[in-house]
Ligand binder design. Structure first.
Ligand code: RVP
Length: 496
């Protein structure tokens, strides 16, 4: 007979934290959000930690090199999506590792024969107003000029005016050699009263742009997540099919951690993938596995040698696995059970395997709840998709800006490897949707705001660290009526 769980499975919005005693030194500026990324033995330190408990989802619409840099600057880690060719994924990893803070590879580029309409389309898509004009219209092409919004008047000019007729040409631009340091570039910017300094190589090809505002911004990233060579850290998603080609290429490119990306991780395929990594690289390559939603799944992956285990099936904002296959579990219940299994495993073996709550974070307080319930860090997709730095298009819908966000199980992503249970190498039905989410601005501003709420709530619980929160948190279920009480109620809002 089938096994029946006694209790329904629940999600984050059904829980709240009850404050505990907070002493006078329990203030947000004293809170440390540093957390373990990979397993460690009792009494030892983990080989990899992250400075904030946030990682970005292994998705085409979320984690590319640009988002990875922005998140590492705040102390978190991105897992670059694996549903692309091995070469392209490795190149994204290389770009993060090569990234020099303050030196921007231009993402808005045109050729001189393109038009004002093309310029406007690109600035709308990227949200950047400085467009490089290169011979071939690509970043890295021979630099011929720059277009900014000071070069055109939309109300007076025809949309098919050619870029070469209104760009600021190279002979009127200040530019410098690629070997210029950030400090020197900043001095040139101030001396010439310009906002952007292009750096070119000896063939006059565009290498970087340095912006006036970035110099100041860089000085503010105290929390950044860097490796021993001071390069930003970055992770990469892998699958259980082509790992023999993908893993060596990603490691060669400099990936700091890997994670098997699958909608269902309680499978022999995951063990075979981890076995391959252990046989070829021993313990020095770190690999997470998942996703699971119960104690059996956790134990299977922990025993298979996973460095961390990801929890969650069907809770993602774009995920319709539960509707399509009837598979999944409320995210909070899944997390609570897996955290218990992790603690038992630790007691038994002396090995602490961090767990990551993946999917279903809607409100900032859900992050605090997930940590309190035992997660060491959370993985977010929808959250990061809303920001300037995510790889997708920003579109205007009815006067509001939105960003595209699609699931890895949607026809658009075509990521059959993530859903494959051994079959004919295609996505036979969709488990994800193609959607839009409200555009929310820069990653930095949003992450800082979110984490200030997390720190505040931790202080209310009397906790200065994540392990302390897990030990001290008091969590209550809420009734449907008390959820209504939690929002503004029985008043007429003046600013809707
Ligand atoms: P969310 O943060 O709620 O947007 O969820 C992101 C998570 O959803 C991902 O990390 C992944 O586990 C899951 N996902 C990604 N694609 C799909 C799908 O198409 N069903 N689900």
């Amino acid at each position: 007979m089938a096994y029946f769980y006694e209790e329904p499975s629940r999600t984050f919005s059904e829980y709240l934290l009850i404050p505990g005693y907070s002493s006078a030194e329990c203030i947000p500026s004293c809170v440390s959000l540093k957390t373990s990324l990979v397993k460690y033995r009792k009494g030892e330190e983990p080989a990899l930690s992250i400075n904030i408990p946030m990682v970005s989802a292994i998705m085409q619409s979320v984690s590319d090199d640009r988002l990875a840099v922005a998140l590492a600057q705040e102390g978190g880690l991105s897992f670059i999506y694996g549903s692309q060719t091995v070469e392209n994924q490795a190149e994204m990893i290389r770009k993060v590792k090569r990234y020099r803070a303050g030196f921007v590879v231009s993402d808005s580029n045109v050729s001189p024969d393109m038009t004002l309409k093309d310029v406007l389309d690109i600035t709308e898509k990227t949200g950047h107003s400085t467009v490089a004009v290169t011979e071939n219209g690509q970043s890295g092409g021979k630099l011929l000029g720059i277009v900014t919004n000071k070069d055109y008047r939309v109300s007076r000019m025809s949309m098919d005016t050619k870029v070469k007729d209104f760009m600021t040409t190279l002979d009127h631009l200040v530019y410098a050699d690629e070997s210029t340091t950030l400090k020197e570039a900043n001095d040139i910017i101030w001396e010439h009263k310009i906002n952007c300094l292009p750096l070119v190589n000896k063939n006059q090809e565009l290498v970087y742009l340095v912006f006036r505002k970035d110099y100041d911004t860089h000085k503010k990233n105290e929390n950044e997540l860097i490796d021993q060579s001071k390069r930003y850290m970055v992770g990469a998603g892998i699958n259980t099919r082509d790992y023999k080609e993908r893993v060596p290429a990603l490691l060669e490119a400099g990936a700091d951690a890997l994670c098997i990306d699958s909608s269902e991780g309680f499978s022999e395929w995951q063990k075979l993938t981890i076995d391959y990594i252990r046989e070829n690289y021993g313990d020095r390559v770190k690999v997470g596995a998942g996703n699971v939603v119960d104690a059996d799944g956790f134990r299977f992956l922990a025993e298979a040698g996973a460095d961390f285990v990801k929890v969650g099936i069907g809770g993602g904002a774009i995920c319709i696995t539960r509707e399509q296959k009837g598979i999944g579990r409320g995210q909070a219940t899944a997390l609570i059970e897996v955290a218990k299994a992790r603690d038992e495993y630790y007691k038994e073996t002396g090995i602490y395997v961090p767990i990551c709550s993946d999917g279903g974070i809607v409100h900032d307080y859900h992050i605090t709840l997930a940590l309190a319930m035992g997660a060491d860090f959370v993985m977010l997709g929808r959250y990061f998709a809303r920001f300037d730095e995510s790889p997708t298009k920003r579109v205007n819908v009815g006067g509001s800006y939105m960003k595209e966000y699609w699931g890895e199980g949607s026809a658009r992503a075509r990521n059959w490897q993530r859903y494959d249970m051994g079959g004919d190498k295609k996505l036979s039905f969709e488990e994800g949707v193609d959607s839009l989410v409200p555009y929310a601005g820069s990653l930095k501003d949003n992450v800082n705001l979110t984490l200030s709420k997390v720190r505040g709530a931790m202080c209310n619980c009397g906790a200065l660290t994540i392990p302390e929160l897990q030990e001290k948190a008091k969590i209550t279920l809420v009734s449907a009526t008390s959820i209504v009480e939690g929002g503004a109620h029985d008043v007429t809002l003046r600013n809707k």
